[in-house]
Write a protein that binds this ligand. Sequence first.
Ligand code: SF4
Length: 440
Amino acid sequence: MNKTFYLETFGCQMNVVDSERIVALLIGIGYGQVDDPKSASLILLNTCSIRDKAVRKAYGHLGRFKPLKDKNPDLMIGMGGCIAQQEGGALLDEFPYLDLVFGTHNVHRLPELVQQVEENRVRCEETEFLDMETRLRLFPSRTGGDEVSRFVTVMQGCDNFCSYCVVPYVRGREISRPSREILEEVHALAGQGVKEVTLIGQNVNSYGTRQSGEASFAELLEQVNAVEGIERIRFTTSHPKDISPELISCFGRLEKLCKHLHLPVQSGSSNVLRAMNRGYTREHYLDLVARLRETCPDIRLTSDIIVGFPGETEEDFTATMTLLEQVRYAEIYSFIFSSRKGTAAADLPDETPAAVKQERFERMLQLQTEISRTTWEQDVGQVCSLLVEGESKLGDGQMFGRTTWNRIVNFPGTPDLVGQFVDVRITKSFRNSQLGELQG
Ligand code: SF4
């Protein structure tokens, strides 16, 4: 019988990169990937536990596969990622139809684990954190494929312990990948036609600071900027407390660095930021924004905001609203506080009623929707350079690409443009994308 797998990925770019690795590893042991779980002999979920909603969604999807297992007892079902790391073997007790649980540090072991389940019909779990030396050897990297834009992992884990966040518990402590290896990967990607790289990690700004003799993040950006064939560089995620003056200056002097920065603020109130253990104040954050805009006047910023953190008063919330008005982010990704087991914030008294949090959240969205609309409408009539990534979901002879601000633009074009930079006049702006017309 043909061995096939179906994979679902939830969460951030780190999981996307882990899933790419899962695909390569399973293909390496003779599995073929399928789009329909009904035709798979192995179903895997790569999960996220950052918020309660993400956890419920993953469990909901897992539940959908139970009837398939009831019909076909040979079907193997596995769960990886952050929920697997957090819950470990308890998942096997809770879900009798689950065969395999693997943690965030154990992706490389997947071929052996799958073969164990397959051959011995045993259920297994592996969620141990690895030591630093082993992690350094196993940094995810991938070449091959035909995409024009790729993620490159530069660091993993986090030492910041923001009081609401599970990442340090499910991804482990911070570790930076040697710059030599990163550059080798970027050169290899450039050689196969990749035009844009996004350097990723939980907090790329502290890249290199834990390893003596390693480049700083600003130095790493300079080195990537020098790689021939790479035309655009992005990075995420950035912690405001770790942005150095050298990094800010990169936005003024590295011609390949895109004019977009995702700089999560989380709250506009210094009191709430202290309770979140974020390590900066409102004033410090605003000063960073001013310096970024001084260095690169047309940079566009995006951010994450948590509404209804335990103890957030109306005054604290107003501080977030005034910060949004002042910074004028192009987009925000906002959430109502979700208590996560094991984090410091889970023990904080939280007296704000859910209805009040919901009302604040909606007020904030209303304000931000208007700010985002005004930001993107400024582009209408302007000519923007796009890196063409592929055929648009709109179909009908439409292609799509991204501007330096990471905005998707759909335009009438032909598939031979993929991987090229084209000039497009923006004709319309929508909530999540823009429309354009090819120039010249
Ligand atoms: S910096 Fe804070 S929010 Fe970001 S991953 Fe680390 S602990 Fe979580």
